[in-house]
Design a binder for this molecule. Structure first.
Ligand code: AMP
Length: 397
């Protein structure tokens, strides 16, 4: 990779600022999935093992008012990190000031400090999210070198990634950042063929750029989930009460014409009489959807078709559920697809972040994929071929 890496830095005795992505899902103050913390461990351990003083920071959720602060403190994350690392993590409940500076200056080699949610700075004028230059310069002044390991935030230009990078001499990528860029970057720029992309989820409008880019790079692009119905509509099918973006039907038609048989749609669907797990449901061919029913999952013939297409694939990228997977009765397609990919032999399998990543992890297939991205929005923009500002701000080698 052409970017400066953590392994290119001399960390001994240095105050190492590490932007991690600890934006973990929480419920009532309890972390429900610690994957992002686990994924950041190699970088943190490397800093500690190489004589660095680790100063960690991250955003967590959205913070707009003083009241939001109580729910968005990183204190529980620091506790969990302490358990995972097996060593003390000094948590400083502030984002600036003398106490924070004194504690950073008192750090010894191999010690870890973590400060409060960077978005606490958004309350008085979006300083973090707006990449306020004074804030970026201030945070940069707290350390000697900067390591950016927050891939999940790389599609945003914030003070804690882009801001710091532009005010410090050395800004390098951490191991997680490097891994994400390598796997997703190689899949898009340099895939081993046959390359199959599977895109699901609710809206075509969210994924136009990704579909467009992957149609140019992949051998097959499978479209599933709610998005498929806008494409059926473009083909003139009855879609009943299924999800449809009327203003994207023309675009879907253009994509179908351009892609020809490269673009694959489900051939049968589970249809339900209402958007409810307990709804009456049945399987129909995709061109026979009853006018009073909606498509909620893909059917068995479709899963056979997916299997056939995936046979022999060497690179597979998957993003987005192929049905309403939050409802157990309509999660079967997504589960079957996940299992199919997990058991695919000889292929590099990459799961984009978000719902598909949680599905793969929750179903226990975590270790069976080559790479599960920690970044939802970031992985989508990277698959779209966009330059991510957080990545661009890392120094070149
Ligand atoms: P996205 O965030 O775009 O990846 O979309 C994920 C959402 O798509 C999930 O909440 C799914 O329930 C939803 N979804 C998938 N298939 C369908 C469908 N057939 N009808 C409605 N929503 C769907």
């Amino acid at each position: 990779m052409s970017k400066l890496l953590i392994t290119d830095l001399d960390l001994k005795g240095k105050k190492v600022l590490v932007r991690v992505d600890f934006n973990v899902p929480m419920k009532d103050g309890v972390i429900t999935n610690d994957n992002r913390i686990v994924q950041a461990l190699p970088t943190i351990k490397y800093v500690l093992n190489n004589g660095g003083k680790a100063i960690l920071f991250s955003h967590l959720g959205r913070v707009k008012t003083e009241e939001d602060k109580a729910k968005a403190s990183l204190a529980p994350v620091a506790k969990r990190l302490e358990e995972l690392l097996g060593q003390k993590v000094e948590f400083v409940p502030m984002t600036r000031g003398k106490e924070l500076e004194d504690k950073i200056n008192a750090l010894k080699e191999g010690e870890v400090l973590m400060f409060e949610n960077t978005r606490f700075e958004d309350i008085n004028g979006k300083k973090e999210s707006g990449n306020d230059p004074e804030l970026g310069a201030y945070w940069a002044s707290l350390g000697d070198v900067f390591v950016n390991d927050a891939f999940g935030t790389a599609h945003r230009a914030h003070a804690s990634n882009v801001g710091i990078s532009s005010h410090i001499k050395e800004a390098a990528a951490g191991f997680l950042m490097e891994k994400e860029l390598r796997f997703i970057g190689d899949a898009v720029d340099n895939p081993v063929h046959p390359f199959v992309a599977i895109l699901g989820g609710a809206k075509v409008s969210d994924k136009i750029g990704v579909i467009d880019n992957l149609l140019r790079k992949a051998d097959k692009v499978i479209i599933g989930g709610g998005m498929a119905f806008t494409f059926y509509k473009a083909k003139g099918y009855e879609i009943g009460t299924s999800l449809c973006e009327e203003d994207k039907v023309d675009l879907a038609r253009e994509l179908l014409e351009k892609a020809k048989d490269k673009l694959v749609l489900p051939v049968d669907n589970v249809v339900a009489d209402k958007f409810d797990n307990e709804a009456f449901h049945k399987v129909v061919n995709s061109n026979e959807i009853p006018s009073d029913m909606m498509g909620v999952d893909c059917g068995p013939k479709t899963l056979e078709l997916f299997k056939e297409i995936l046979k022999g694939a060497k690179t597979v990228v998957w993003n987005g559920p192929v049905g309403v997977f939050e409802m157990p009765n309509f999660a079967k397609g997504t589960k079957a697809l996940c299992e199919m990919l997990a058991n695919l032999e000889g292929a590099t399998t990459i799961v984009g972040g978000g719902d598909s990543a949680s599905a793969a992890i929750n179903m226990g297939f975590e270790s069976k994929f080559t790479h599960i991205s920690t970044g939802g929005g970031a992985s989508m923009e990277y698959l779209e071929g966009k330059v991510l500002p957080g990545v661009a701000a890392i120094n070149d080698k």
